[in-house]
Design a binder for this molecule. Structure first.
Ligand code: URA
Length: 433
């Protein structure tokens, strides 16, 4: 039996939130600490998460929750680096490979970009999974290796250590199994606790809305962005957010190796217009937050500086930037069954199809197939001829094609010239500061 007297009772706190009351700073601090210690059980925390989902939290409560999750683990500091640090976080989407060209682009200006990333689960891909398509590339770095790489090359993408905000890890897994992922106070505190604990000086958030995003509704995304920007600002991290459209897959590649290939095209000064637009917009935000508002981002892409930075950073993590990327054993190309204009291409089904091809994982412990995925040959608004390739599925096992094609049933449509294109409007809908 424990001889410590607990400061609060979890049932009282659950009742308070259930009845739309506010939790005090001390109560929130105790709750997260007691949950981390195992004194508060999963069933109690699940009830609390549901009460928060239904009744929300005040700004002060969300800040206290975030600080309590930070206090559950270690914090890092880049103060000794002697250069500004800026990180980017995306709430995730289909074909979202922006971190890959963005990190070396920003690093090429001498600003440190410590991109602590994760692996994908479900239909949104993980940055580490994508980079592991590169032969030899290593995601696991010690803190010393990470700092050395930031000192020399200014950029790193590596696995976030388990020590950052461990309370969040446990709570996130619980939310995943209790229908409580979509609560804005919980999403915002989850993301921001890890970013603030990481010790970045500035942060740019890419908050997605639309069919392939976490939040379909733009107003919910705006609220999430506002909440996260306030949390960052309150913690002394210069934080801004872009609200970006995820109704349509980003770029032409959805998968892992093919997304690396597309990112390298962007670094070579080419690549699809939407990927280039978002990379440039986020780079400008990051550099402005790091004190370089006039940085000529386009020039760094055009003259090879960003590519040089990518090659050095990939090599520093054991990757061979010149190695051939994996290619799938089997492909299946879908052709246009009529002439017209591609008027619809929904992000979510394409994400699910890529996942079913093997690009993503259904369980944390599953491996991903790096060569699996989808290459789009047309985007909404493009004119197509009958018989023209619309997209190509790639997988190692041909048996996967049927289930991927099932997911794509009704996900794209060829219409008549002049018909409205269903893409949900501009790529960058708003900026929150
Ligand atoms: N990503 C996180 O890290 N946490 C959430 O709650 C949602 C997305």
């Amino acid at each position: 039996m424990s001889d410590t007297v607990e400061a609060f009772d979890a049932v009282d706190l659950i009742r308070t939130k259930r009845d739309r009351g506010e939790l005090s700073t001390e109560q929130i601090r105790w709750l997260i600490d007691a949950y981390t210690r195992g004194y508060v059980g999963d069933e109690q925390m699940a009830a609390m998460a549901m009460a928060i989902l239904l009744n929300g939290m005040e700004r002060r409560e969300i800040r206290d929750l975030t600080l309590a999750m930070i206090a559950s683990g270690e914090t890092m500091s880049f103060d000794t680096l002697g250069k500004p640090t800026v990180d980017k976080h995306s709430t995730g989407g289909v074909g979202d490979k922006i971190t890959l060209p963005l990190m070396p682009l920003v690093a090429s200006f001498g600003v440190a970009v410590p991109q602590l990333s994760g692996r994908g689960l479900g239909h949104t891909g993980g940055t580490l999974d994508k980079l592991e398509s590169i032969p030899g590339w290593r995601a696991e770095l010690s803190n010393e290796e990470m700092f050395e790489q930031l000192r020399v090359h200014s950029g790193v993408i590596c696995a976030a250590g388990a020590g950052l905000a461990p309370a969040d890890k446990r709570l996130y897994a619980l939310r995943d199994t209790t229908g409580t992922v979509e609560a804005i106070p919980l999403i915002a505190s989850s993301i921001m606790s890890k970013k603030i604990a990481e010790g970045t000086g500035a942060l740019v958030l890419d908050v997605k809305f639309g069919s392939g995003a976490f939040m379909q509704d733009i107003e919910k995304s705006r609220e999430l962005a506002r909440t996260m920007v306030d949390l960052g600002t309150d913690a002394g991290v210069t934080t801004t957010a872009l609200l970006t459209n995820m109704n349509v897959p980003l770029g032409l590649a959805i998968g892992n190796a093919n997304e690396v290939r597309e990112s390298v095209e962007v670094l070579a000064g080419g690549g699809p217009a939407d990927v280039v637009e978002l990379t440039i917009a986020l780079a400008r935000e990051m550099l402005a937050a790091a004190g370089q508002p006039d940085a000529d981002v386009e020039a760094a892409l055009a003259d090879g500086r960003a590519m040089d930075s990518w090659r050095a950073i990939i090599a520093a993590q054991g990757g061979d930037p010149d190695a051939a990327l994996p290619v799938a054993r089997e492909t299946h190309t879908v052709l246009a069954d009529r002439a017209g204009v591609l008027v619809e291409q929904q992000a979510l089904p394409f994400g699910i199809a890529a996942w079913r091809l093997g690009a993503g994982r259904a369980r944390k412990q599953d491996p991903v197939q790096h060569a699996a995925g989808i290459d789009l040959h047309a985007k909404p608004g493009d004119r197509v001829a009958e018989g023209q390739p619309l997209f190509t599925l790639s997988a190692d096992e041909p048996a996967r094609f049927a289930r991927a094609l099932d997911a794509l049933e009704g996900a794209y449509r060829i219409g008549d010239e002049g018909e409205a294109v269903q893409n949900g409007g501009p790529l960058i809908a708003d900026r929150i500061a």
